[in-house]
Ligand binder design. Structure first.
Ligand code: UDP
Ligand code: MG
Length: 315
């Protein structure tokens, strides 16, 4: 069993997280390793992780060369994980490590993927909840894959599912979408998502907005289609209006040219064109990133777990 933990500036939470996770793994009746991915932390997180590595033979640390974002950090962790099953969990104790035995149980019963669904989102603010809901509705309509709502990255993946994810070459990694894309037999467990233990979230609304854009553009071409339909219907209306203007001029002549109409039309059509160009641009920019084929991440230092025996504390 591998547990992948992306870590970005979590010094206040890490000791408590490691304590609770180790207790859970101690009680687990299989070999376990923990893969911490230090995603360019600027605080003492890396020093703490190196300490865990020293004290607990099950702990491995991958230190990325800079901050690559949670999606990439998870990818790095999945690449390094050696277990027959891999659990991805946040370091801030919002996902209780105590759920792990139940997840392992579901996996043993034959599920390739065990999804953890949040039972309540009450402690999140109204704005966060309603925007999250709107996002799931929009992406559900726009893409052909079914991204489950209220399911985060906390989940268990079988070795086969991890192998499937590793076959995705794309650089814009919207993990929620990729997880859903691969399919496989999955099982859902409900859990209560706790508050952040300490520290603060690195997500603000601007980052969330860009994350949503990333999700929509990598899993749906609908915005492009919408742009062309809007263009088509405007052209239709323009044609009808043109016929009306020409007919009117032929019948009763042209007294004063319609300046307001002209200005309105020019501005309106200009705006539409820029919008359509913007949408194309969003896709083009992402193609540009993909085409460059840059490596997904770079590792500065890799501390491999020393031992993965059951209850594998050494000395
Ligand atoms: N994280 C990361 N890289 C980042 C931002 C966050 O690895 O650039 C990690 C963070 O340390 C935590 C997890 O991703 O373990 C979830 O982050 P956070 O709690 O800030 O997000 P939220 O729970 O608010 O969605
Ligand atoms: Mg969190």
């Amino acid at each position: 069993m591998s547990v992948v933990v992306p870590v970005h500036d979590e010094e206040e939470v890490l000791p408590e997280f490691q304590r609770r996770l180790a207790a859970v793994l101690d009680a687990l009746d299989c070999d376990a390793e923990v893969v911490y991915v230090n995603d360019g932390s600027t605080d003492r997180s890396l020093a703490l992780l190196a300490g865990f590595h020293r004290d607990d033979g099950r702990v491995g640390v991958i230190d990325l060369s800079r901050n690559f974002g949670k999606e990439i950090a998870m990818t790095a962790g999945l690449d390094a994980a050696a277990g027959d099953a891999v659990i991805v969990i946040d370091a801030d104790l919002q996902d209780p490590p105590e759920c792990i035995p139940e997840m392992v149980e579901a996996w043993r019963e034959g599920s390739e993927i065990v999804l953890m669904r949040r039972r309540n989102r009450e402690q999140e603010g109204f704005l966060k909840r309603s925007t999250a809901k709107a996002f799931y509705r929009v992406i559900g309509r726009m893409s052909t894959i079914d991204i489950p709502a209220d399911v985060g990255d906390f989940r268990l993946l079988s070795r086969r599912a991890v192998g499937a994810l590793q076959r995705f070459p794309e650089r814009s990694r919207f993990m929620k979408g990729l997880f859903a894309w691969i399919g496989f037999r999955s099982h859902e467990i409900e859990y209560d998502r706790d508050r952040r233990f300490a520290g603060k979230t690195s997500w603000n609304y601007w980052r969330l907005w860009n994350f949503a854009l990333e999700g929509i553009t990598s899993f749906s071409a609908a915005p492009l289609k919408i742009a062309s339909y809007i263009g088509f219907s405007t052209a239709l209306v323009a044609f009808i209006y043109g016929a009306y203007v020409i007919g009117k001029t032929l019948l009763i002549g042209n007294p004063v040219p319609g300046y307001p109409t002209l200005v309105t039309l020019i501005l309106f059509l200009g705006g539409l064109q820029l919008m359509a160009l913007g949408i194309i641009g969003e896709y083009l920019a992402r193609m540009f990133v993909e085409v460059k084929q840059r490596p997904l991440y770079l590792v500065q230092q890799h501390l491999a777990p020393r031992r993965t025996g059951t209850n594998g504390r050494d000395s």
